[in-house]
Structures are given as C-alpha cells and as structure tokens.
Design a protein around this ligand. Structure first.
Ligand code: FNR
Length: 362
C-alpha cells in the first residue's frame, strides 16, 4: 500500500493498479507475448549514461521547443492511447485539458471514448489525430476530414498495426472493446464471442492488413494536414518515409504491445535519425518515465518524446489533475537534468551529452 503522495511517474503506476479493475489495469500496463520488449523499452534507457558539463550558467532553463511550428512548453507530448473512459469518467476530455494546461500537444487516438468533436470543443490544446487505415477506406477518410474540420493540426498514421499484437493478459481477461466514439454509426462489428480479447477481434475485423507504402499517397490525397508515421524502427523504413514525403516520424514499438522482440525504441533512435538527415522531425515514444529519459532521447536526435502509460496511470489515479501532475513531474525532472548537465536550452542538448554502450570512451 502506498501511504504518501506520488513523487515520480512510477508511483502513479502503483496508484493506478490499486484503483483500476484488473482487466483495465492489465490492458494499460501489458505488452505483447513474453513482454521482452516491454522490459527492454525501460532497460535500454538505463544503459545510456549522461556526460554532464559543469560551470555553465544554468540560472535560467528554457525547455520550450516547437513541433511542426507549434510552440510547446517542453518536448513531452501525450501519445495516442485508447479508451480513456476506462480510467476516468471524463475520459479524453480530462486528458486534453491537462495537455492544454501543460502547454503541450495531445495526440488523440482514433479509438477514443470521447469523439473528435467533443475533445476539440472542450480544450484549446494543440491536437493531432491518430489514424489507422480501415478496410473501409471511406471511414478512414471521413475521420481525417472530421479531424481537419475540427482544428486538429496533423495526422499521425500508426503503421505498426496491420493486426493487433498478442497481448496475453487481454486474452486471458477477455478484454472488452472500449466504446469507440468516433466510429458511432459508421461501423458495427460483432464481438459477442466469449473467446479471448474482444479488442483483438474488433481490431482484426476492421484494420486493413494490406496497407503498404503506396497507400501513403492515398492518405496524402485526402488531406492537406501534415502526416506523421508512427511505428518506424529501422533506417530502411525511415528512408522510405522521407522519400514518401511524410512530414515526420515517430520511432515507436507501440509501447511493446505489437511485436515482442522488436527493439527498444531508444536503441534504434540514432539509426533512424542518421537516415533522416534532418529532413523531417523524428520523435520517439516507449518507456519514457524520467526527465533523464527525455534528455537522452533529445541527445540522440529526437525532437520530442511522447508518453503513453504514465498519462493513463495519472488519469486513473487522479483524473485530470493526475495527468497534469504527471506532465509537471516529467517537466521538472527534465529541467533539473538540463541544469545538472549544463544545458540551459533544448538546443544545447547534444550527442556529446550522452554515452551509449556502443560509444568508445573519449
Ligand atoms: C497505446 N498505443 C496506441 N497507439 C496508437 O497509435 N493508437 C492507439 O489507439 C493506441 N492505444 C494504446 C493503448 C494503450 C493502453 C497503450 C499503453 C498504448 C501506443 C502509444 O501511442 C505509445 O506508442 C506507447 O504507449 C508509448 O509507450 P509508453 O509510454 O506507454 O511506454
């Protein structure tokens, strides 16, 4: 039992576990199969050391940065995650308000429990919209149009989910499919089997496993919004993304929920950054739990990071205030990391401020 107030993001995980029904906690916390990648997302950060510089004037720390031209208070965004009403009755509306308070960007999941329109009208955060391509292309196109009309500033296409990964906790728990508010009246899928994860049944019925690079052109033709591809883990695909004219890349293994034994994201970030050669922004998510993790990702070339589970745990533990606190904690930790390593501004964080296992000792 936790008797004191949380002092870091990991404390929120325990609070959320105490608060949530087991089925929902497992859905949020779990990963694919043996959860090797889930552990590795965290552990790979631990193998990177920071090379602090001293006697730099750090009396003023400026964490602000811009993503696709949008100014944010710190390079920490809210990742798209499904079903926030399972955590807290106000769902994504609470998350969006917390993102607005933190002056950061929220990426709304297509599988949100509040609609594109509801979230747009309840907050003034900069919002991006995360999309899957469905077998029913017309529905994906319609979602993009709704997002564009309601002021979302970019489309985040998740590319790592032609099918849903094997999340064994969800299979055992017979996880429900959370109500997908954006699809109301558009699609109805029968998930009334009592076998396994209903979420998996739902996803596999709706998602288009034939999706390929050519379809990016199609998506491009449906919208004038910038398009980011989420789920890239290799230099080969990073190069294809640049050639395909997308506007940004999110290095992600979907929080280790898709392919087990996919690499930890922080371990492949540099490979992607080198392939992209500064042509488009590279972001990263997966296992970011500390300000030092944010610092390491920036040092290895990310423009910003996204956080998934910490937001859900904050929401489950304390609603909107919990998400605010989670974002504040990470910002405060990043601030002190920058101060203690001699980096007053985001642009001062360079490759020479970290040492990976592959680096020779200088
Ligand atoms: C996700 N993620 C995700 N990604 C996406 O593109 N669309 C989605 O609907 C979801 N849904 C979702 C639900 C839950 C419960 C989790 C934990 C994750 C993946 C998410 O955007 C992000 O890639 C990871 O969560 C990042 O890893 P951390 O921060 O959770 O370790």
């Amino acid at each position: 039992k936790m008797s004191s107030e949380p002092v870091n993001v990991n404390d929120f995980k325990e609070l959320a576990r105490l608060k949530l029904p087991k089925m929902y906690y497992d859905f949020y916390a779990g990963g694919a199969e043996d959860e090797h990648t889930l552990r590795e997302n965290i552990q790979a950060f631990c193998r990177i050391m920071i090379r602090p510089r001293v006697l730099v004037d750090v009396s003023q720390i400026d964490m602000s940065t811009t993503i696709l031209g949008h100014r944010i208070s710190a390079p920490i965004l809210v990742a798209p995650t499904a079903g926030h009403k399972l955590a807290f009755h106000e769902g994504e509306l609470a998350t969006a308000r917390a993102a607005a308070a933190a002056k950061t960007i929220m990426i709304l999941s297509y599988s949100s429990t509040c609609s594109i329109e509801e979230v747009a009208s309840s907050c003034n955060a900069v919002r991006f919209f995360q999309l899957y391509i469905f077998k029913r292309r017309d529905i994906s196109a319609l979602l993009v149009q709704r997002a564009e009309r309601f002021g979302y500033k970019a489309i985040v296409l998740t590319a790592d989910t032609p099918r849903l990964g094997r999340r064994e906790a969800d299979i055992k728990n017979k996880m429900i499919a959370p109500p997908m508010k954006n699809l109301e009246g558009l699609m109805s899928i029968d998930v009334n089997s009592d076998q396994g994860s209903k979420l998996e049944t739902y996803a596999n019925e709706t998602l288009d496993a034939s999706l390929s690079w050519e379809d990016i052109m199609w998506l491009r033709s449906t919208t004038s919004l910038p398009i980011l591809i989420k789920g890239i883990l290799t230099h080969e695909d990073a190069t294809k993304a640049v050639e395909g004219g997308v506007d940004g890349i999110i290095v992600s293994n979907h929080g280790a929920r898709q392919l087990d034994f996919a690499p930890a994201t922080i371990s492949v970030l540099e490979e992607v950054v080198h392939a992209v050669k500064g042509k488009i922004p590279v972001l990263l998510d997966g296992g970011v739990r500390r300000g030092t993790d944010v610092f390491k990702a920036l040092a290895l070339g990310a423009q910003a990071v996204l956080i998934g589970r910490p937001v859900l745990f904050g929401l489950a533990a304390k609603g909107e205030g919990g998400v605010r606190t989670v974002l504040e904690m990470l910002k405060n930790e990043l601030e002190i990391s920058m101060a203690l390593s001699g980096c007053p501004c985001i642009k001062d964080i360079t490759r020479s401020h970290v040492r990976t296992q592959h680096d020779k000792l200088p």
